[in-house]
Design a protein. Sequence first.
Length: 242
Amino acid sequence: QVMKYIESCPSTQIIAHKLAQEGTADGTVVLTETQTAGRGRLARKWDSAPQKGIWMSIILRPDVVPQKAPQFTLVAAVAVVRAIEEVTGLKPEIKWPNDILINGKKCTGILTELQSDADGIQALIIGIGLNANQEVEDFSPEIQEIASSLKMASGKEVNRQELVRALLFHIEQFTNIYIEQGFAIIKLMWESYSSTIGQPIRARMAKETLVGIAEGITDDGVLQLRTADGKLHGIYSADIEM
Ligand code: BTN
């Protein structure tokens, strides 16, 4: 397995895209101590305090048809929850599609990007930002109310090496389950860890906002939202408020 460790970089996603273009192997991991331009979903920035978290990108080259790609974000979310549980004993929850929360505050974000050309999808770049040992003042003021770290939640410093090992182990395990046995098992685990399913939510999308009950996810990883008029809506991309 190719492992690339870098002291500091703008974003592990950028490096991973470059490696993928150069033909790096399936399972390549890029890991850094700090990012100067960490990026989140929806063109947001991602705080990546030096030595405090796990900032990594994983390159997957699954032989997948395009419609199978979005599920990998959910596969990664389940793996992150397992790893955190195992190493810290904390009980994280998943907020659709990719936020991992502890006590309602975000401690991990996942960003899945595709690299494709005329021949189709060449690689999936799964970026994971896990807040491990930050104190509240390590976060930018505007996210101090909504962000958390494993250390803030447990009161204990976390061993980042142990976490990285657990993360990679579970990502490989769940990726294989998904590829070999389909999405059903992952979906069940994801739903059992989810704080979204069964709850009234507000889904803010680019063009509209829908309010209703989150009923579950489909085999394609699409969130199912039932509005008061009884209609079922498929949510592909949104900010969820609960
Ligand atoms: C989100 O919740 O918006 C996703 C955040 C993803 C952050 C990680 S940190 C490692 C990788 N490199 C980046 O620039 N972003 C992802």
